[in-house]
Design a binder for this molecule. Structure first.
Ligand code: SF4
Length: 380
């Protein structure tokens, strides 16, 4: 969600961008989008920047954030300024800590905003590891199936704060601070800076993170399937890639199909990126055919609902396997009703689904990927 700009220039708010991660295909910038909430105009602007400065395809990650790849190193000053002016990096110090995933339910927007604002307001929380994950969900929400460290479950006037199989109930208005209190205790408790997640602590330390917590069984629903949901649309991005053509279709869809009920007070449409490499478009059902033509998947029986891949070659220097190209070739041959398959170029298995799936490690052919779908499921 874009946060209002301060009086500092865009470049001044993005010190982290001055030292980007550099891979085989150039510099890479990760833009965290708390809860996946992003205005359609902001998404279009990011795609325009990607096309101007690097790889025109923007990657939507398994945390619902955005990656711009193939950028010059060092990053051009104009790019840093433009990213900062979009309000996507409101605090350079906190940038890596803003890892919030959320169910794509508009009723959770205020909880996501409150959690992000409270996180940004505490200088100490800038120390949270980049892998520490906060979640906001409805009861039984699908993001509860993701590998979160602390979760808030909206229960109406109250909310449940979850940590490691235990929970406390607090007033809804206090939920953000209660969740961040857990994060503060985690920072105070962890033995060293390489302890990134709650699950890395001892069992005793984990219990101490949530005083008064009682044991709870956490149940997660299935991620939303591709296709219309009432007036809205769940549109899947094959391989998590948002191409310029898809971005243009998004812009066109918000211009031609959105009724005023889908616009916020700024006349904007808030789209919701999900950890399952899809985007939920308010009022988008009527545009399903155009978006499908542009490259989105809007049918639940598409093989892209069960097929993912890491970046692979040539983007990643760790492999010579062109994972994405092979996945594209294999897609028509896979069973959409079968187990999910993740194609990877090495054991790191970047971008793997959080739910049970099979892997195709360094496939040499499409046949290897097809065979992998028949191999035993493994947990993330
Ligand atoms: S899984 Fe390995 S080959 Fe694939 S992107 Fe990650 S590091 Fe590169």
């Amino acid at each position: 969600m874009a946060t209002p700009s301060s009086s500092r220039s865009g470049a001044d708010r993005c010190p982290g961008l001055l030292t980007p991660f550099v891979s085989a295909d150039g510099a890479m910038v990760r833009l965290r989008v708390p809860g996946g909430r992003v205005a359609a105009s902001t998404l279009a602007e990011i795609c325009s920047l990607a096309g101007t400065f690097g790889d025109p395809d923007v990657t939507v990650t398994s945390r619902g954030s955005l990656q711009l790849r193939g950028l010059p190193d060092p990053l051009p000053r104009e790019l840093i300024t433009a990213i900062g002016d979009l309000g996507l990096v409101p605090s350079g110090e906190h940038d890596k800590a803003r890892n919030i995933v959320a169910d794509p339910d508009p009723a959770l927007d205020d909880l996501v905003a409150a959690l992000d604002a409270a996180l940004l307001a505490d200088p100490g929380l800038a120390q949270l590891p980049g892998r520490f994950l906060l979640a906001v969900a409805g009861p039984g929400g699908p993001v509860l199936g993701e590998p979160w460290d602390v979760a808030i479950v909206d229960e109406g006037s109250t909310a449940r704060v979850l940590v490691d199989g235990r929970s406390v109930v607090v007033d809804r208005a206090d939920a953000a601070q209660a969740a961040l209190d857990v994060a503060r205790r985690f920072l105070a408790t962890r033995p060293d800076a390489r302890t990134w997640n709650v699950r890395d602590l001892s069992p005793e330390a984990r219990v101490d993170l949530l005083p008064g917590g009682t044991v709870v069984v956490v149940e997660a629903g299935a991620p939303p399937v591709a296709g219309p949901v009432g007036e809205d649309l769940v549109a899947l991005l094959p391989l998590g890639l948002l191409t310029p053509r898809m971005a243009q279709a998004l812009v066109a869809s918000r211009g031609s199909s959105q009724s005023s009920s889908h616009l916020d007070e700024r006349g904007e449409t808030t789209m919701r990126l999900t950890p399952w490499r899809s985007v939920v478009l308010p009022g988008g059902a009527i545009q399903a055919a155009e978006l499908e033509t542009a490259g989105f998947v809007t049918r639940p029986d598409s093989p892209w609902t069960i097929l993912t891949a890491c970046a692979g070659a040539p983007a990643c220097a760790r492999t010579s396997t062109p994972t994405r190209d092979l996945a594209r070739e294999a897609a028509p041959l896979l069973d959409p009703a079968g187990p999910p398959v993740h194609v990877i170029g090495c054991e790191r298995a970047c971008g793997h689904p959080a739910r049970p799936h099979t892997t195709s490690l360094t496939p040499s052919s499409v046949a290897d990927i097809v065979a992998a779908q028949r191999s035993p499921l493994r947990k993330a």
